[in-house]
Design a protein around this ligand. Sequence first.
Ligand code: FES
Ligand code: FES
Length: 185
Amino acid sequence: MNQNSPTAGGIIACPITIELNGQTRQLEVFPWTTLLDLLREQLALTGTKKGCDHGQCGACTVLLNGRRINSCLTLAVMHDGAELTTIEGLADGDSLHPMQAAFVKHDAFQCGYCTPGQICSAVGMVSEGRAQSLGEIREQMSGNLCRCGAYPNILAAIEEAMPETRKTLGAVQTDAQKGVREVQP
Ligand code: FES
Ligand code: FES
């Protein structure tokens, strides 16, 4: 923090550094700013959606240090030094991530509002390595709601993209190999 740091009500914004979609970002955030609001309001990364803002719908799911998390339920200031991947960071240049490509192929959306969270959650789920059947995928994805009811297509897309997604998960798998199993949602 420095003399020019933003203030609100006498509270000075806190400095944090995060690795966001492969880029180091030095930021100043107020202690009450959620990770979701940091992304959407401060950084204009509006791919991550705000649905319920209460941890109920999964629309705000992002990958934090390789694990999926509801970004509406956590404060940005808690994540100094973290590695964060949002839907904007999944593609490799013009090449869609395999999970994104599968969602397009299977028409796994209608309005699309839940889709960024579904895709981030699916990538996180694959890294956990526990979903081996359609029933397990359905259970592991149960924190991501789709008000349009596109679930059959979403499941088909995830099932098809799992093998290719595993190949892209170097950093995420490192976490899994360390025995990290804490999962949200
Ligand atoms: S916005 Fe619904 S869980 Fe975060
Ligand atoms: S596609 Fe509309 S909420 Fe899922």
